[in-house]
Write a protein that binds this ligand. Structure first.
Ligand SMILES: *[C@@H]1O[C@H](CO)[C@@H](O)[C@H](O)[C@H]1NC(C)=O
Ligand SMILES: *[C@@H]1O[C@H](CO)[C@@H](O)[C@H](O)[C@H]1NC(C)=O
Ligand SMILES: *[C@@H]1O[C@H](CO)[C@@H](O)[C@H](O)[C@H]1NC(C)=O
Ligand SMILES: *[C@@H]1O[C@H](CO)[C@@H](O)[C@H](O)[C@H]1NC(C)=O
Ligand SMILES: *[C@@H]1O[C@H](CO)[C@@H](O)[C@H](O)[C@H]1NC(C)=O
Ligand SMILES: *[C@@H]1O[C@H](CO)[C@@H](O)[C@H](O)[C@H]1NC(C)=O
Ligand SMILES: *[C@@H]1O[C@H](CO)[C@@H](O)[C@H](O)[C@H]1NC(C)=O
Ligand SMILES: *[C@@H]1O[C@H](CO)[C@@H](O)[C@H](O)[C@H]1NC(C)=O
Ligand SMILES: *[C@@H]1O[C@H](CO)[C@@H](O)[C@H](O)[C@H]1NC(C)=O
Ligand SMILES: *[C@@H]1O[C@H](CO)[C@@H](O)[C@H](O)[C@H]1NC(C)=O
Ligand SMILES: *[C@@H]1O[C@H](CO)[C@@H](O)[C@H](O)[C@H]1NC(C)=O
Ligand SMILES: *[C@@H]1O[C@H](CO)[C@@H](O)[C@H](O)[C@H]1NC(C)=O
Length: 762
């Protein structure tokens, strides 16, 4: 999901897009020529009978020789069924699944050495204790099999097991076990994956594991592990693969992890590990290829000397508290003689220093993420030596200087994110000369000038591009015309002062996120928002010179969540066609235009609406009463020509924080229901014809505010850090917003006493 930042709608940390490899399964047909044993065939027939097999995977299960059936293998000498491999061969998650019940006859195949039922849907059953009668099993794979419930302790009878895989999904934890004692008999076990099996006793897991002296692969991802502190003498020294990610281990990295000299894969990510990362792990584990300790609270100056990482392929230190210089070498000299690194992700730490000046020894590097640190200095010209690079993320640092043209040689580059630095200078065609693979380009919040020829035809087809606060104009960038795949276009405050080009609609037909605000675009808005924009979910065209009516097609965008067309010259009536199915629409800002007519009742269909800004228009008439039921936080109707009694806000929805009705023709009393609005922070009724007295209950507000520490603005800010115009001043709702806390009732015909606590209002 995209997250909003104060610079627009840049989805940060796209860099985390890592390659997920699809596993290809090879399915071995039984090639043996032995004929099968009758009892075993009958067991298999019973088993098949109870299965649900919509894709007819078991259609070969007919005839006498069960050893020839798909997924069945027999021992050549004894003819006993030795292998049953019903692993789902399809790629799609729910294609080709077997379901139904597992007939207990299958547990009579007691010569079975290999049983694989992975990626099926036996979701109605527990793992039966009778499985334990398959005492010759060496390989048991029930991963993603759909089983649920307690693991039977009888499994400990399977003492010949070498491979045990009971893993399942990240988000469901269907299987659980009280403890891992039942494992300790598995002296031959090499491979154990219990990912997402809930350990009900999360502290007692290590000593049973330590009995498994043959263990090579241990995966306990998302098992709710807590403690790992036992000071144990490590028994399973053959370990080469250790994954304890997504648990709740909140200590320093336990010392026993240092003792695996054969370790090649270590994943401790997404725990709550603290303290200095022990470099000794790296010194002791010379074969380490994969290290992921991201999303913890680890510290240390780990990148001072990169040498120690040179033989690795994947290094992920992101989201920690690591610090110190990156590459603390004299005159930026070589760091690795030769490096195998493919992925370096050290984003969101506290690294400082300059980028190194030599990259030729990183020929395999595909992804480099240094974002959200304090790295300064220039982007070196030599970065073009990273010939395999696909992702380059340098955003939110202190890089300065201009972008070297040589970056345009990175012909494999798909993602370049350098937003929020102090880069300046001109970006021209040469910067993109060989970037044929580029699909994500984020340049916002630098001091860059984009200066490409009007006839330039880029070699890429971009999918997401943001250049907010760069100087893109004054002409509308003509090269965009060649792009057919744009999903996000962000050119806020890009100094574009031009007519909307006639071809823009074609370019935007698949757009989801569009921000062209704060430019000087002229022309009819219908040249930007067309009849059909099925993917549209956020639009900001605010602060331009656009004219025309608000397009009715906006009512057809089911996904629309954010609409800001404020500060233009839009005219006509508000769309009448808002629909209940627009369940995402939370923000409508149409202030400072030339709109007229009534607020349509259909607006009240938008049940998720949080912000409604219609100020400074020519809107008139009586407010529809249904507005009362919307859970609005901000309602700004100021500077219009509304008439009639002010609605009793607070009668239904209590979510209001800001109500601005200034400069209208509202009449009648101040409704008492306003006092129900416990989260109200700003109310202005200035310049209306309100009469009567100020309700005594207004006294409550000052008492409430006196104690207020948190406000709904904080939540609002996370979702929509965008300007709203109140009282003629732009207020950006960020966490630094001074709380408003104000009521202004002046210029009305109010009489009577001012309530005691409110005298400061007068
Ligand atoms: C099957 O066995 C027969 C005789 O026992 C033999 O002639 C034949 O070559 C074998 N076939 C295979 C595929 O091993
Ligand atoms: C179990 O099967 C799944 C795929 O169905 C596979 O990814 C996993 O590696 C298997 N486990 C073992 C130990 O072979
Ligand atoms: C899995 O099986 C259960 C019970 O037979 C069934 O309700 C469910 O729809 C199946 N799930 C899928 C994705 O096929
Ligand atoms: C487990 O092993 C014990 C002792 O060898 C035996 O008595 C018991 O029947 C076995 N359990 C199962 C379910 O096979
Ligand atoms: C190491 O493993 C062996 C065999 O599995 C076991 O007998 C021994 O108790 C274990 N040692 C420790 C310290 O756990
Ligand atoms: C670890 O988590 C436990 C349980 O949440 C808590 O009591 C303990 O204080 C935490 N320890 C540290 C060092 O954060
Ligand atoms: C690591 O191994 C060494 C040598 O085998 C041993 O002396 C030390 O106690 C072990 N440390 C841990 C934490 O197991
Ligand atoms: C970096 O570490 C390597 C191996 O750990 C060491 O040989 C080298 O001297 C170190 N370099 C510097 C500059 O500290
Ligand atoms: C970041 O590192 C600098 C020194 O390089 C240190 O002064 C500062 O406190 C660190 N900031 C955080 C948030 O850890
Ligand atoms: C870059 O593109 C030009 C022509 O577009 C080509 O001649 C040159 O070989 C390319 N360079 C690299 C490094 O791909
Ligand atoms: C408005 O908020 C109230 C209280 O939080 C909630 O019960 C109600 O369902 C909300 N209405 C809508 C339409 O979301
Ligand atoms: C404000 O806080 C004070 C002291 O904590 C408390 O006595 C008072 O009741 C609070 N007032 C309100 C309106 O919550």
């Amino acid at each position: 999901m995209a997250s909003y930042t104060s610079t627009g709608f840049v989805p940060t940390l796209l860099c985390a897009l890592l390659v997920i490899q699809a596993l290809k399964f090879s399915h071995s047909n039984a090639l043996t020529n032995v004929s099968c044993i009758r009892v075993e065939r009958e067991s298999l027939m019973k088993f098949k009978h109870d299965l649900i097999d919509p894709s007819e995977r078991l259609s070969s299960w007919t005839g006498k020789d069960c050893c020839k059936w798909e997924g069945v293998e027999c021992n050549e000498e004894t003819s006993h069924v030795s292998k049953l491999d019903l692993r789902n061969p399809c790629d799609g998650p729910w294609e080709c699944t077997l379901g139904g019940k597992i007939h207990p006859a299958v547990y009579e195949l007691n010569h079975l050495k290999y049983l694989d039922l992975s990626f099926n849907n036996f979701s109605t059953q527990k793992i039966p204790a009778s499985l334990a009668s398959l005492q010759n099993l060496e390989y048991l794979n029930l991963s993603h099999g759909g089983f649920y419930g307690d693991l039977p302790g009888q499994l400990s009878n399977l003492s010949k097991l070498q491979y045990l895989d009971l893993s399942s999904d990240q988000w469901e934890h269907p299987l659980q076990t009280n403890n891992l004692q039942w494992l300790s008999t598995f002296s031959k076990l090499k491979y154990l994956d219990l990912s997402c099996v809930s350990l009900l006793n999360p502290k007692e897991w290590l000593s049973p594991i330590n009995m498994l002296s043959s263990l090579e692969v241990l995966i306990l991802r998302g098992c709710y592990l807590r403690d790992a502190s036992a000071s144990l003498h490590v028994n399973f020294t053959y370990l080469r693969f250790l994954d304890l990610s997504n648990n709740f281990i909140n200590l320093s990295i336990p010392p026993w992890i240092q003792n695996f000299s054969k370790l090649s894969h270590l994943d401790l990510s997404s725990n709550d590990l603290q303290g200095i990362f022990p470099i000794v792990i790296l010194e002791n584990s010379q074969r380490l290829k994969f290290l992921d300790v991201s999303s913890n609270r680890l510290e240390g100056e780990l990148l001072k000397n990169l040498t120690i990482f040179c033989k690795m392929q994947v290094l992920n230190l992101g989201y920690n508290k690591f610090s110190g210089q990156i590459s603390d070498t004299k005159d930026d000299a070589l760091i690795c003689g030769q490096s195998d690194l493919k992925i370096i992700d050290v984003g969101n730490n506290n690294f400082s220093g300059h980028l190194p000046n030599q990259f030729w020894n990183f020929k395999n590097l595909e992804s480099l993420d240094l974002s959200l640190n304090s790295i300064s200095g220039p982007i070196p010209i030599t970065m073009s030596q990273l010939s395999s690079l696909r992702n380059l993320c340098l955003s939110f640092n202190k890089l300065s200087g201009s972008i070297p043209e040589s970056i345009g040689l990175l012909s494999n580059l798909e993602l370049m994110d350098i937003t929020n630095n102090q880069l300046h200078g001109v970006v021209n065609e040469l910067h993109f000369a060989n970037l044929t693979s580029l699909i994500y380009l984020f340049l916002d919040s630098n001091e860059l000038v984009i200066n490409v020829n009007a006839s330039w035809v880029p070699l890429f087809q971009i999918h997401m591009i943001t250049m907010s606060s760069c100087k893109v104009g004054p002409q509308f960038p003509n090269w965009l015309r060649t792009q057919r795949n744009i999903w996000e276009l962000g050119m806020r405050n890009a100094s574009i002062s031009d007519e909307v080009p006639h071809w823009l609609l074609d370019v935007l037909s698949y757009v989801g996120s569009l921000d062209l605000s704060s430019n000087m675009l002229r022309g009819n808005i219908s040249q930007i928002i067309g009849e059909k924009m099925p993917q549209l979910f956020q639009v900001s065209l605010s602060t331009n010179n656009l004219s025309g009516n608000i397009p009715n097609s906006l009512c057809m965008s089911e996904g629309l969540s954010f609409l800001d067309l404020s500060k233009n010259k839009l005219s006509g009536r508000l769309p009448q066609c808002w629909r209940k199915s627009q369940t995402n629409l939370g923000w409508i800002s149409l202030g400072e235009n030339k709109l007229n007519g009534l607020i349509p009742n259909s607006l009240c269909h938008l049940e998720r609406l949080v912000v409604l800004g219609l100020h400074e228009n020519g809107l008139s008439g009586v407010l529809p009463e249904c507005l009362l039921k919307l859970n609005l936080t901000v309602l700004d109707l100021s500077d219009n020509q509304f008439i009639g009694r002010m609605l009793p806000f607070g009668q239904q929805s209590l979510s209001f924080a800001i109500i601005n009705l200034e400069r209208n023709y509202f009449t009648g009393d101040i409704p008492l229901q306003l006092c129900h609005l416990a989260t109200l922070q700003y109310l202005s009724l200035v310049h209306n014809n309100i009469s009567g007295g100020i309700p005594l209950c207004f006294d409550n507000f000052s008492r409430m505010w006196a104690n207020s520490t948190s406000t709904p603005f904080i939540q609002l800010a996370d979702a929509f850090p965008v300007m709203v115009n109140i009282k003629g001043t732009n207020l950006e709702f960020t966490k630094t917003l001074p709380y408003l806390f104000s009521i202004d009732l002046s210029s009305n015909s109010l009489d009577g006493q001012i309530p005691e606590g409110l005298t400061w209002l007068a």
